[in-house]
Design a binder for this molecule. Structure first.
Ligand code: ZN
Length: 247
């Protein structure tokens, strides 16, 4: 079974369409979505429609999905995120808002080897920023491979009884990570629609269950078009600019 892994799409339709086209040429059976379908970007309805068409095998909510759909208020959001969430709430169709409001809270077990969460397995809204966070997340995970999002940084960690470290995620090459049965893994495939690791290319992953391998990909996409849409709908200019910076 090959799983397409998408996280932090953030209403960036241009990035999502580029990723889906690439993933279809590589081939996948089922889709996993790790939350934050909307927020920041200009096309929340089209993005939610595309995700619904994918009919994901597992999908969980992100913090932006909760705020935009009215599950949670914007307390804790910075002014820019709050403005974007308010705009998104207005822009969403009733049907798509309900779809987001009904998304499950992570973590979610996918199969014997894999689970997904938005932030961490112990708290859907917590960030994995450093090694301490990663260790805590690895200990809380119930499956050997835990996929997470929320930081918008493609990264990963491994752990065994005696060993702990981070994965060699390189900017220049697609990472292919063969899973060793002795280790447990925590992997962020990166953000489709708003990367923040200094690489503005759209990020996504494929997990091949038979080969026990995780692939991380980066793709050029029409950033100017996504920026143009952000300006067209009147979202804060900084949200257009950061797409180009990958920050
Ligand atoms: Zn996010």
């Amino acid at each position: 079974m090959r799983y397409l892994v998408l996280s932090d799409i953030h209403a960036n339709l241009q990035a999502l369409e580029t990723v889906l086209a690439d993933a279809r040429t590589r081939g996948f059976d089922l889709a996993l979505v790790l939350g934050d379908l909307v927020g920041y970007g200009a096309d929340p309805n089209a993005v939610v429609d595309r995700i619904r068409e994918l009919d994901p095998a597992a999908i969980i909510r992100g913090n932006h999905d909760k705020v935009a759909s009215g599950v949670e208020d914007a307390e804790g959001f910075n002014p820019i995120a709050r403005e974007a969430a308010e705009w998104t709430a207005q822009a969403l169709s009733r049907d798509n808002r309900q779809y987001l409001a009904d998304l499950a809270r992570g973590p979610l077990i996918v199969d014997d080897t894999m689970e997904i969460c938005h932030g961490t397995p112990f708290d859907e809204d917590a960030y994995v920023f450093d090694e301490l966070d990663a260790l805590r997340a690895l200990k809380a995970a119930e499956r050997p491979l835990c996929l997470y999002g929320h930081t918008h940084v493609a990264f990963g960690f491994y752990r065994s009884e005696t060993d702990f470290g981070d994965l060699p995620v390189s900017r220049d090459a697609a990472l292919s990570l063969e899973l060793d049965a002795q280790y447990r893994y925590l992997v962020n495939v990166g953000s489709v629609g708003q990367p923040r690791d200094g690489d503005p290319r759209a990020a996504y992953g494929i997990v091949d269950g038979d080969k026990r391998t995780v692939y991380l990909y980066r793709l050029e996409y029409p950033i100017e078009r996504a920026q143009g849409r952000v300006r067209e709908v009147g979202l804060p200019e900084v949200l257009a600019q950061r797409l180009k910076l990958g920050r």
